[in-house]
Design a protein around this ligand. Structure first.
Ligand code: F0G
Length: 362
């Protein structure tokens, strides 16, 4: 049977019935890829590391799992406008599902509020081509979220940030998929933390799916060091990080993330931009896989935790790569030989053979 997305696949765990109009673009069913070279780099004996490639969702991030639910439920209740604050991926996803809803004959406008200058080009261009109304503000994500929360209290417009409980419900499906594929839960789940919806969703998902509490994974969440309110125990007024997706100083699901950490006997720690970028290069260059910078916080965090002796021998670890590498080509180029890439040469075969240092066949 043709796969038709996360709602139909996992409907028994979701608040849907045959009255719910299902707006799906076949999200989910993302690959869980073995990462033996990262495993080796942890120096933990017998460890198995898998990367959950959430950037292979239809709009290139895990947000699609939550958005299929949020937009379907918004339409079920008769809404015709949705809005979100975003560091980029939520806006791309909301815009895509609104477009799909319109194509299906529903009236549905999408408005997105984003921090000016801090959204990777791939994400911004997605929101635009999907037909969202994009509003850039002189402020950060936290400012945008405050505006959106207030607007949705005052006006008839549906909030599709992860404060919307259907977003969290939908995102649980990633945990189900991991358990289905491994035929058990991993020992550890490493995940980037921004607004803290995703770590909340994974924990809820593992609790649904794994009845025996001792068989559930430890959740290891990682914030960027310049945007680590949960680690520091205080709101960060001016968050900064190269991982713009998680440049957030006051996460909406702060308490729920702490609960996930405590109930799973996990941890929430921070990784520096340097550690994140090193992991970002490793994911590309050692595994041939890709992700955006913020996603690499999961692998950077695993390496840090392993070094500190916090990962047991023989364990199975899943690192969630939350967003697609093509979202942020600028960081990819900055992390490479930018100067060489910007140079151009005459279209001359001999000259190119010389530059490539090729020796003629004998
Ligand atoms: N990774 C990526 C690629 C993200 O886009 C986000 C969040 C996260 C991790 C963190 O997830 O917020 O659930 O803790 N992006 C949001 C957005 C804030 O607007 O796209 P979280």
């Amino acid at each position: 049977m043709v796969y038709k997305g996360t709602i139909l696949k996992y409907s028994q765990f979701l608040s849907v019935d045959n009255q719910t109009p299902i707006i799906s673009i076949s999200e989910g069913r993302t690959p869980l890829v073995p990462a033996p070279h990262i495993a080796k780099a942890t120096n933990v004996g017998g460890i198995s590391v898998y990367l959950k490639m959430e950037g292979m969702n239809p709009t290139g991030s895990f947000k699609d799992r939550g958005m299929t639910m949020a937009v379907s439920k918004a339409i079920e209740k008769g809404a015709n406008k949705i809005i979100c604050a975003s560091t980029g991926n939520t806006s791309a996803s909301a815009a895509a599902y609104a477009a799909r809803a319109r194509a299906m004959g529903f009236e549905m406008e999408c408005y997105v509020i984003i921090p000016a200058g801090y959204v990777a080009l791939g994400k911004l261009s997605q929101a635009m081509i999907y037909g969202a109304k994009v509003i850039q503000i002189e402020g950060n994500f936290d400012d945008a979220l405050n505006i959106v929360k207030s607007l949705t209290e005052k006006y008839p417009i549906e909030l599709v940030n992860s404060l919307n409980p259907y977003r969290i419900q939908g995102q649980k499906t990633a945990a189900y998929e991991i358990c289905d594929e491994l035929q058990c839960a991993p020992d550890y789940l490493c995940i980037p933390v921004g607004n803290a919806g995703n770590i909340t969703a994974y924990w809820a998902g593992f609790k649904d799916y794994v009845k025996n509490p001792s068989a559930r994974p430890k959740l290891f969440g990682f914030q960027a060091a310049g945007a680590a309110p949960i680690v520091e125990g205080k709101i960060i007024e001016k968050p900064e990080t190269v991982g713009t997706a998680i440049r957030i100083g006051n996460p909406a699901s702060w308490k729920q993330a702490e609960q996930a950490r405590d109930e799973s006997q996990g941890l929430i720690d921070s990784v520096t931009d340097e550690e994140m970028l090193e992991a970002y290069r490793m994911i590309h260059q050692m595994e041939g896989l890709h992700c955006e910078p913020a996603s690499a916080a999961s692998v950077a965090g695993l390496l840090k935790a392993a070094k500190a002796g916090k990962i047991q021998h023989e364990s199975t670890v899943v690192c969630v790569l939350t967003g697609n590498g093509l979202k942020d080509p600028q960081t990819a180029m900055n992390q490479s030989d930018l100067e060489a890439a910007q140079k151009s040469y005459q279209a001359n075969e001999e000259e190119i053979a010389e530059i490539l240092n090729l020796k003629a066949k004998v």
